[in-house]
Design a protein around this ligand. Structure first.
Ligand code: ADP
Length: 378
């Protein structure tokens, strides 16, 4: 009876060990246990064996693929540990395997082995890909702040001229209209709508200057939840004047039920306006039915909204495409080449992406993403 119990206990112990080994073998990280005094490997899981091309038990832990801490890196020298000292943490850090160039997160602890010896129990996880992703994110951040810094005082002057010209010429037009009507003896009542519009344009110009000044001061954009359709309405109200003059129809296609975006409205309106104006410029030679420029907004997953400006203009050469976003790149006689550089800075400040591709029907499509309210992934 006694004997039977012992056997059952031994079976249960064996089953538990098998289960544990199965779990350890299922891990992607390399797990090993080595004698703390002479580095002899006592256990290695599947990932560790795969890395070393076969069984490693009995071999010495040095000179293997997984990088290990140098003696001096340990918190305490594992060779000098006695039974009562374990368990204790020996090492926790990132190590580079110089031969393969891969990075590992290595963690080692001193524990008592089944036979009472002190062993180093280690787990090494390959973090090369994670490190690469972090490096790409860092480079991206650097690029964003570089783009942002591009907006120097001189560039701001060009940008101001570019942005302010529109409301100023509208004001001049409204005033000229009023003068003509006054000379023709029009009543105050008749002049009022045009005067109101002129005053709105002046306010708009003031807002643009204030926002640009804040932007250059590197203050954070003032973001708040904003309905996409309101942003587009506002931007297109300005673009409408140019579009009508050019005989181009603006089509707006906003998907129903879009969530609000988390954005600085004035800045995003500037982006849309710039993209639409570029689209209109590119469509000078479009004919008949082609004279439509579409502004489309739709959800892009659950956390982003994509706004696209789709023209049917002359398109963009491969060679020019590379340089589009560089400040001062322009192919227009009167161009400043700042519009797209600024648009990209603004979109990236909003954690979005501005991209360009050929339009669905010739022409070009500029599309950018914005985080939705509550979905900002910063
Ligand atoms: P600008 O409009 O002052 O030239 P931008 O930075 O806005 O400055 O645009 C840079 C250049 O990119 C333009 O000169 C033009 O060559 C090209 N471009 C921009 N948008 C379009 C478009 N929708 N279609 C074709 N070319 C475009």
């Amino acid at each position: 009876m006694e004997n039977g119990k012992t056997m059952m206990a031994a079976d249960a112990g064996g089953a538990a060990r098998e289960r544990l080994e199965a779990v350890l073998d299922g891990l992607e990280s390399a797990v090993y246990a080595a004698d703390a005094r002479n580095d002899e490997i006592l256990f290695a899981n599947r990932a560790f064996r795969t890395l070393h091309g076969g069984d490693t038990v009995g071999r010495v832990l040095r000179d293997l693929v997984v990088p290990l801490p140098e003696r001096g890196d340990y918190r305490v020298d594992p060779r000098g540990l006695a039974g009562d000292d374990a368990p204790c943490e020996l090492f926790d850090g990132e190590l580079l395997q110089p031969r393969g160039g891969r990075w590992y997160h290595v963690r080692e602890q001193a524990v008592r082995w089944v036979d009472g010896r002190i062993v180093r129990l280690g787990i090494a996880t390959d973090i090369t890909d994670r490190k690469k992703t972090a490096e790409i994110a860092r480079q991206q951040e650097e690029r964003i702040s570089r783009t942002a810094r591009l907006i120097t005082m001189g560039e701001m002057a060009s940008m101001l001229a570019h942005e302010i010209n529109q409301p100023l010429s509208a004001i001049a037009n409204y005033c000229a209209g009023c003068i003509a009507r006054m000379q023709a003896g029009a009543s105050m009542q008749e002049l009022l709508p045009a005067m109101r519009k002129a005053s709105e344009q002046a306010e708009r110009a003031g807002k643009i200057i204030r926002r640009i000044r804040e932007f250059v001061k590197k203050s954070e954009p003032r973001r708040a939840p904003a309905p996409v359709s309101a942003i587009l309405d506002e931007a297109l109200a300005f673009a409408e004047i140019d579009a009508r003059r050019a005989g181009i129809r603006l089509a707006v296609d906003v998907a129903p039920g879009l969530p609000d975006v988390y954005a600085d409205r004035i800045m995003i309106e500037q982006v849309v306006l710039n993209l639409v104006r570029n689209g209109l410029d590119a469509m000078k030679d479009a004919i008949g039915d082609e004279r439509v420029l579409t502004v489309r907004a739709r959800a892009c997953g659950e956390r982003l909204v994509e706004i696209a400006v789709i023209d049917r203009g002359h398109g963009i050469d491969e060679e020019d495409r590379e340089r589009l976003f560089q400040p001062f790149f322009t192919t227009k006689a009167e161009g400043m080449g700042m519009g797209l550089a600024i648009c990209r800075s603004i979109v990236e400040f909003h954690n979005g992406r501005l991209s360009v591709e050929s339009g669905p029907e010739d022409g070009t499509m500029f599309a950018f993403t914005l985080p939705v309210e509550g979905g900002a992934c910063e």
